[in-house]
Structures are given as C-alpha cells and as structure tokens.
Design a protein around this ligand. Structure first.
Ligand SMILES: C[S@@+](CC[C@H](N)C(=O)[O-])C[C@H]1O[C@@H](n2cnc3c(N)ncnc32)[C@H](O)[C@@H]1O
Length: 327
C-alpha cells in the first residue's frame, strides 16, 4: 500500500520558488512525498519537516534518509514558531501546508478514521491526544454533538444523528457501530447516505484533532515568520479549511489604508502578503484520473511583501512632512 501520493507537486514547486541556501518548512510532511520533491528540485535548501503523527514522521524518515539537510519534527504545526525558535530560526523562506489526512491514515484500519473499515473509534492524528472520537461520541451532550456535525460537517440532519447517538443503549465503540446509527437516520446504500457518513466522520475528525483552530494559528504564524519574498503555499480539501486560508490571506494582503477605515482597526497594520492565486488552483484532469483524492484539492499561495516597500513608506514620511511645511 502506498503511504500517500502527493497532490499538485508541480504547482507546489512552482509557487514555492525554492532557492539554494534558503530555509523551508513542510508543515505536513506525511509520507514525505512533497518534501522529497522539494529536495529533488533544489537539493541545496534546509528543510524542516513537521507532522503530528509519529507514523508519518517514521515514513518520511525512510524516504528522506539520504538528505542531511532535513530535520524531522514530530509536532503540531501550531507549534511552528516555538519549534523553530528552539532551533534559533527567526525567519523562513517558504512553507507548504498540505492539509487533512494522508491515505495511510484513512486506509490504516486501526486508526479508526474511515467508516468503510470496522475499527475502534479513534481518529487521533497525534496518538498522544487525550480524547479520541470514542470520547467525543460517548461523552458529549446532544447539543454539542449537533453543533459539531452542523459546523464541521455542514450536515443537515445534525440534530437527529446526535439524538440517535444519545439514545444508543450501550457505548458506541467502533466505526461500524457509528456508521449504523448514521444509517438509521440517513438510510443505507444510497449516495445521500454515503455523503452523510462522510460528513459525520469528517466533522468528528476535525473536532478530535482541533484542525481549524490549529490552522488559523499556524497560518498567521507562518506569514509572520516568512522573510521578504518568502512564499506560503496551502492545499486544502474542504470548504471550511479553504475559507480560513482565503480569509487569512486576504487580511494579510490588506494595506494599512484599507484597514484604517474598518471599525476596531489596528493602526499599526502593515500589508504582509501579496496573494499569488486570485482564484484557488485545482488539479488537472490528468492528475484527477490517476489520483482521485486530488479532485477536492484547492491550492492558494502568497508571497511576503518586500521590506523595501515598507521602508519606502517610512521614507516617504519626511516628504509628507516637508509638503506640510510647505503649505
Ligand atoms: C494530506 S497529508 C500530507 C501528505 C504529504 N504532503 C505527502 O506528500 O505525503 C496531511 C498530513 O498532515 C498531518 N497533519 C494534519 N494536521 C496537522 C497539524 N495540525 N500539525 C501537524 N501535522 C498535521 C497529518 O498527520 C498528515 O500526515
């Protein structure tokens, strides 16, 4: 079984614009596919590879063992700033986020991510997390579960499914048991019921791994850490992730004049990013044919503004003063 087939590799490399002697981060190294492609394209970079999953770090270690300019870091990407600071890295020149789960995580039965395989309800990417999907399903009240299914799964039958879970006479221990409860509401064997199971399982996974909270924190940290002309590339696989990426990029692109008209605006706001992808880039038909997982992928990229631009703004100040004096 392949651990994971990386998505939109050519597009990632093109937007990352790797330069010899500079520092890069693969925030979600998974099976190391994108990391390896980066190193092959430009062997003279320093690459920090993050993943919160110990199995991913182990696999990436095998794939990347020939490179001594790589450091593997088993950590959540929300720790990006701390982990890099610990290594005395103050700025980076490019970062890639390839969000969500790997094929290995989905297909490895005992990880409990998929309703297609019967396994204990788990879904933790980081096995050190205290609470798994089992805890969520069996310990949260109906209202909270409804909110999770509604917010993270955009599921219309959220309340009815949560109520059916609450009514279960015994603890729900496996993916199949949960899938059966969902089928009791959404029916069995239809496209609609399949989609409901996908949404419910996705919602639980996002909740268990606190995926959206980590993403918001990490994206802003990554943009702050980028050196001028550094690039950020993010591939997302569902609308909730993509919305966060889009909004974070948009905010970072705002010029201070645009900010200052908004209520509660930060007067010290500086434009940080230039968005390179006005619309998200999607996989080609050829790639979707060989790798169906690439169908839902959306890539967005940005470049950190050059310091000179900010300096120009500051250096214009005396002129403005001059012109005021002239008046
Ligand atoms: C789609 S896979 C990445 C595949 C990788 N690009 C490759 O070429 O094999 C997503 C990976 O991100 C990891 N991941 C997801 N959220 C994370 C987070 N908050 N911190 C660190 N790793 C995370 C998952 O464990 C998974 O291995």
């Amino acid at each position: 079984m392949t651990f994971h087939t990386p998505v939109m590799v050519k597009e990632c490399l093109s937007y990352l614009n790797l330069r010899a002697g500079y520092i890069y981060v693969d925030a979600t190294t998974g099976g190391g596919g994108h990391s390896l492609a980066m190193l092959k394209a430009q062997p003279e970079i320093k690459l920090y590879c993050f993943d919160q999953d110990s199995e991913a770090i182990e696999e990436a270690g095998k794939i990347l063992h020939n490179y001594n300019n790589v450091e593997l870091i088993q950590a959540n990407f929300k720790q990006l700033r701390t982990e890099l600071a610990y290594r005395k890295i103050k700025g980076i020149d490019g970062i890639l986020f390839d969000l969500g789960v790997s094929s290995h995580q989905l297909e490895c039965t005992e990880r409990g991510f998929s309703f297609e395989k019967d396994a204990p309800l788990d879904m933790r990417m980081d096995k050190n997390l205290k609470n798994s999907a089992y805890n969520a399903v069996n310990e949260l009240d109906t209202k909270t579960l409804t909110n999770i299914f509604r917010e993270y799964g955009e599921e219309q039958n959220a309340y009815r499914i949560a109520k059916a879970i609450e009514k279960s006479s015994k603890p729900i221990k496996t993916t199949r048991e949960l899938a059966k409860i969902v089928e009791s509401i959404a029916g069995k064997g239809t496209k609609a019921s399949l989609k409901t199971k996908v949404r419910v399982f996705q919602a639980l996974r996002i909740y268990v791994n606190k995926e959206l909270e980590s993403l918001s924190l990490a994206l802003q940290d990554a943009i702050n850490l980028l050196n001028p002309q550094g690039r950020i590339v993010v591939i997302s696989y569902h609308s909730l992730e993509d919305r966060i990426v889009k909004q974070t990029f948009k905010k970072a692109e705002q010029k201070n004049e645009e900010q200052s008209v908004l209520p509660n605006s930060n007067k010290n706001h500086q434009q940080q990013l230039i968005i390179l992808t006005k619309k998200p880039v999607t996989a080609t038909e050829e790639e979707i044919l060989v790798n169906p997982r690439s169908r839902s992928a959306k890539l967005r990229a940005g470049e950190k503004v050059q310091r000179e631009k900010r300096e120009t703004k500051t250096s214009r100040k005396p002129n403005r003063q001059n012109s005021q004096e002239e008046k």
